[in-house]
Design a protein around this ligand. Structure first.
Ligand code: SAM
Length: 195
C-alpha cells in the first residue's frame, strides 16, 4: 500500500475506515486544507444526517481553504454535517457537545501546506489537546496522529507525543506507532491510540 509516492496520511485514512461508522461524530483537530476533514465526512455522512465532523484550526486561512474544498466536493446536506471552528485544538471540549460519542480524533501536525511555515502545532498545546481527546473519546474510539519531524520544532513535538503515549493507562489504551521504514530521513510516524 505504501509503494510509490503514497503518503502517511493515506495509511491513516485506511485505518480510520476500520473504526469509524456512518452516523459517528469525529473531530479533525488540525483541518488545514481540509483533505482529512473531507475523508472523515465521507466516513460518517449518512442519509439520516446524524454523522458530524468538528474541524478545528487556529488559522483563518486554513478554515477558508477547508471551506472551499468542502464547497467543491459536497452537496448542501453534506456540508451541514461539518462544523468549522477557528480555535486551538486544546479547546475542543468547548465546541463539541458534551453528550457526543466521539469515535475518532485526528491530528495532522506541523504547518499548513502552502501556508506560513512559522505557524506550527506546538508541543504544549498538542499535549493539552491529546489530554482533551483522551477525555472525550468513546470506548472503541481512536486517536490518530501524523507527526512531521523535518521542520524546526518537529522533533520536540514527536517527543511530546511519545511522552504522552507512554503514560496512557495500559488497562484502557492500546498505543502504537507506525514508522515508514522506506523514508529514513523523513519517516512521518503515525500514532494510533485505541481506547
Ligand atoms: N489536516 C490537514 C489537511 O488535510 O490538509 C493538514 C493539517 S496541517 C499539516 C497542520 C495544521 O494545524 C495547520 O493548518 C495549522 O494551522 C494547524 N494548527 C497549528 N496549531 C494548531 C492548534 N493549536 N490548534 C489547531 N490547529 C492548529
Amino acid at each position: 500500500y505504501l509503494c510509490g509516492k503514497k503518503k502517511a496520511t493515506d495509511l491513516a485514512h485506511m485505518v480510520w475506515k476500520h473504526v469509524v461508522k456512518k452516523g459517528d461524530t469525529v473531530i479533525d483537530a488540525t483541518c488545514g486544507n481540509g483533505f482529512d476533514t473531507l475523508a472523515m465526512l465521507n466516513l460518517v455522512a449518512d442519509d439520516s444526517r446524524k454523522g458530524y465532523v468538528y474541524a478545528l484550526d487556529i488559522q483563518k486561512d486554513a478554515l477558508d481553504n477547508t471551506s472551499i474544498l468542502l464547497e467543491e466536493s459536497l452537496n448542501s446536506d453534506e456540508k451541514q454535517l461539518v462544523k468549522l471552528f477557528n480555535i486551538c485544538h486544546s479547546k475542543m471540549e468547548e465546541v463539541v457537545p458534551r453528550n457526543a460519542s466521539v469515535r475518532l480524533v485526528a491530528f495532522n501536525l506541523g504547518y499548513l501546506p502552502g501556508g506560513e511555515k512559522e505557524i506550527i502545532t506546538k508541543p504544549e498545546t498538542t499535549f493539552l489537546a491529546l489530554e482533551a481527546a483522551e477525555r472525550i473519546l468513546m470506548p472503541g474510539g481512536l486517536i490518530s496522529i501524523v507527526v512531521y519531524v523535518g521542520h524546526p520544532g518537529g522533533r520536540e513535538e514527536l517527543e511530546a507525543v511519545e511522552t504522552f503515549a507512554a503514560r496512557m493507562a495500559v488497562e484502557n489504551w492500546i498505543c502504537c506507532k507506525l514508522h515508514m521504514l522506506n523514508r529514513p530521513y523523513a519517516p512521518v510516524p503515525i500514532f494510533l491510540f485505541r481506547r
